[in-house]
Design a protein. Structure first.
Lengths: 269, 236
């Protein structure tokens, strides 16, 4: 990014002191224990952690699908936690989200899945059509607009999810384990698509995942989340080669082991 | 003809006689009229009540504990009343609405009162089937609760809602048999008066044929519609 070259990165997401406790049958579970995080505008930022580390909860706090117990969240300068219900709905239209299980609307075809965010914003019909076609083109689904999600493959479904998330031209995309349910080849296609969109539109992407390759391939900076706390933040390169945390070390070890096996025995292709 | 003095086969043959069917035809129309109107009322209020239950559920879109407990309780109470008792209770209500406590319209009130809570529970059950992720996606897009209910919840669960409605309509049909209590006519009334009270079993058989055909038709329509929707969505 050009701003990066100058050395000045505008802060887009600013999280400080985030706490969240859930009530479970075995008692209260503190899932976020004081999160401080900064994500810069236009970057693809990765968050990695084991299951239960709090990754999804963190993502859901950013668009207030979950309400934290304490802390501050600012997205694009807007204090998310102080917004009224109405303002929150408006703000949510500036944040797109994609999911591991795609969460497409099976009653609607691809066209209407993508147009749904525009329909509820009362965008005029002609404009809707134009934007849907444009966004479908962007994700490579222009020929599948009449199809129903039930007939699509996993990769195609995620493309629809991405199109639906981006049709409002948001500034931020939250990717919650978006490639975790896809095979490696399709994962690569989706990551390529996200990188391309980031290049072309400058959208900020927060990539939450437990997949090492995804982070390594797409992210410049990352954070390691362990047991509700951010224990490492920095460039992907640095953390993978020299992790300071238990989780980071574990991930790095797994990664290098796979690399070594590949080199010794060939990747089998 | 009665089974008490005529062989079964004769009774069955006799049940196809034109005089019986002449008597039965107006009753069939009365049953259809009561079923259609009661089902329509049940559809509207059952849906609304079912949506209320689902939305005010503690895990729902807009948890309102008081409304959820109160409507749940109310529905449970109504469902506890046997249909006969409900009919008696509705007598003053029908007098209020229609000026008289007997007749087809009065019967419709009683059927609706009895079947609306049942259908509400069926609707609640269908709506709870929807995956939480879809609701999350709709919320993340910035949908209002009303938009989520009418543009996502209901369309997504439509096949299930149709199948549930089919079950409820059949319950309505069976309740129209009690219409005799109101002097409201209908096939069930014929079956009870002639078939049971006067031992005219040929009439009884004829009435049963019609009821079987009606229920089969309703079930078939429900299955067919639901299946067509699922096919269109490439879900089967």
């Amino acid at each position: 990014m050009t701003l990066c070259a100058i050395g000045v990165m505008e802060e887009y997401i600013q999280i400080s002191g985030l706490y969240k406790t859930f009530q479970s049958h075995s008692g209260p579970v503190q899932v976020l224990k004081g999160i401080d995080l900064t994500v810069h505008k236009g970057e693809i930022f990765g968050i990695i952690g084991f299951s239960g580390a709090g990754k999804s909860t963190l993502a859901r706090c950013i668009n207030r699908l979950e309400t934290p117990d304490a802390g501050n969240i600012k997205v694009g300068g807007v204090d998310i936690l102080k917004l009224s219900k109405k303002e929150l709905l408006k703000e949510r239209r500036k944040i797109g989200m994609i999911f591991q299980t795609f969460n497409l609307f099976e009653a609607k075809n691809v066209y209407h899945n993508i147009s749904y965010p525009l329909e509820i914003s009362n965008v005029p019909r002609a404009e809707i059509r134009r934007r849907v076609l444009e966004t479908a083109e962007m994700v490579g689904l222009a020929d599948k607009l009449d199809a129903y999600p039930g007939a699509l493959s996993g990769g195609q479904k995620q493309r629809v999810g991405i199109a639906r998330a981006l049709v409002n031209r948001p500034q931020l995309l939250l990717s919650d384990e978006a490639t975790s349910a896809l095979d490696p080849q399709t994962t690569l296609q989706i990551l390529d698509l996200l990188k391309e969109i980031n290049r072309n539109t400058g959208i900020t992407i927060l990539m939450i995942t437990h997949e090492l390759d995804a982070i390594r391939y797409s992210c410049e900076r990352m954070a390691v989340l362990e047991d509700g706390r951010i224990i490492e933040v920095g460039a992907v390169r640095d953390i993978f080669s020299n992790p300071h945390s238990h989780t980071g070390a574990l991930f790095a070890r797994v990664y290098t082991e796979f690399q070594r096996t590949d080199m010794e025995y060939g990747s089998g292709i | 003809m009665s089974l008490l003095d005529t062989p079964l086969w004769e009774v069955i043959k006799g049940s196809f006689s034109p005089s019986i069917w002449e008597r039965l035809t107006p009753a069939i129309w009365e049953t259809l009229y009561m079923t259609a109107l009661s089902s329509l009322i049940m559809l509207v209020f059952g849906l609304l009540l079912g949506i209320l239950l689902t939305v005010t559920n503690p895990d729902g879109l807009l948890p309102v504990k008081f409304l959820y407990s109160a409507s749940g309780w109310f529905i449970n109470c109504l469902r506890s009343l046997p249909q006969m008792i409900m009919i008696i209770l509705m007598i003053p209500v029908s007098r209020l609405f229609f000026g008289k406590s007997y007749g087809t319209n009065a019967c419709i009130i009683a059927i609706a009162a009895s079947c609306i809570p049942m259908y509400a529970r069926i609707v609640e059950s269908s709506l709870l089937e929807i995956s939480k992720g879809k609701i999350e996606a709709a919320k993340s897009i910035g949908s209002t609760n009303l938009q989520i209910i009418f543009r996502i919840l209901l369309p997504e669960t439509l096949p299930s809602l149709i199948r549930g409605f089919t079950v409820a309509v059949i319950a309505v049909i069976s309740m129209t048999a009690l219409a005799g209590m109101f002097g409201a006519g209908g096939i069930g009334d014929i079956a009870v008066r002639f078939g049971y009270q006067r031992f005219q079993h040929d009439v009884l058989f004829a009435a049963v044929y019609v009821l079987i055909a009606l229920v089969q038709l309703v079930q078939w329509i429900g299955n067919f519609t639901s299946k067509q929707i699922l096919k269109k969505r490439k879900l089967i």
